[in-house]
Design a protein around this ligand. Structure first.
Ligand code: ATP
Length: 211
């Protein structure tokens, strides 16, 4: 089955777009959701994180203090690398398992793998067939990210500065869903893209069978 990587900057609308594709029957595997599942309360990964940094990143209720961990790794590339070295292989293995399960359970022509930092890392190259970008103007990105989270403007801007630029994403992506308008417009854009991707995936499937 064709795998489409869905990406986009913070607050660009990846979750909203995923929801709309899911409504159209497209299977979704979300690497952010997998990361949350892996670090859920009681998970053995939490103890590994504490051990890794020789510190306590658990809140009183035993859940991961995500804000504290984010603050710890955000300005330290070496600490960040340590965390990524622990989590990325686990996330990737889980994603592969879910993608494989979809091969058996669904019969659509393609599935979507949500990878927010697709263009920042090279981990999924060779696995995905096409890349799909959710793009919107940076001021909208900031507004939407702030409205959705506890982050203030400076924090959102700092995260944006640590991600690849909008121009780079637009240059690297195979396909783009524009999200500068209303939710209704976004739903329409997703429906159009679904038609395009279905056609493309069916053609790819026919070509593979012929070769
Ligand atoms: P993050 O990278 O932070 O996880 P994201 O790319 O997944 O963000 P969403 O969570 O989908 O982005 O969108 C951010 C916020 O903006 C959400 O509250 C969402 O409902 C809202 N939003 C997204 N697109 C639109 C739109 N076209 N009109 C109005 N609100 C929107």
């Amino acid at each position: 089955m064709t795998i489409i990587a869905l990406t986009g900057g913070i607050g660009s609308g990846k979750s909203e777009v995923s929801r709309q594709f899911a409504k159209l029957g497209v299977p979704i595997v979300d690497t952010d959701e997998i990361a949350h599942e892996l670090t859920a309360t009681g998970s053995p990964v939490l103890a590994q994180i504490n051990q890794l940094f020789n510190a306590d990143f658990l809140a009183k209720d035993g859940s991961l203090d995500r804000a504290k961990l984010r603050a710890h790794v955000f300005n330290s590339p070496s600490e960040r690398q340590k965390l990524e070295a622990l989590l990325h292989p686990l996330i990737r293995a889980n994603a592969l398992k879910k993608l494989a399960e979809n091969e058996h359970q669904f019969h659509p022509s393609y599935q979507i793998l949500v990878i927010p930092l697709l263009f920042e890392s090279n981990q999924y190259a060779g696995l995905v067939h096409k890349t799909l970008l959710v793009d919107c103007a940076e001021d909208l990105q900031i507004q939407r990210a702030m409205a959705r989270s506890q982050l203030d403007e400076a924090q959102v801007k700092a995260i944006m500065a640590a991600q690849v630029s909008r121009a780079t994403r637009l240059k690297l992506a195979d396909e783009v869903i524009e999200n500068n308008g209303s939710l209704a417009e976004l739903i329409e854009n997703v429906a159009k893209m679904h038609k395009k991707l279905t056609k493309m995936a069916v053609q790819t499937c026919i070509i593979n069978q012929l070769l």
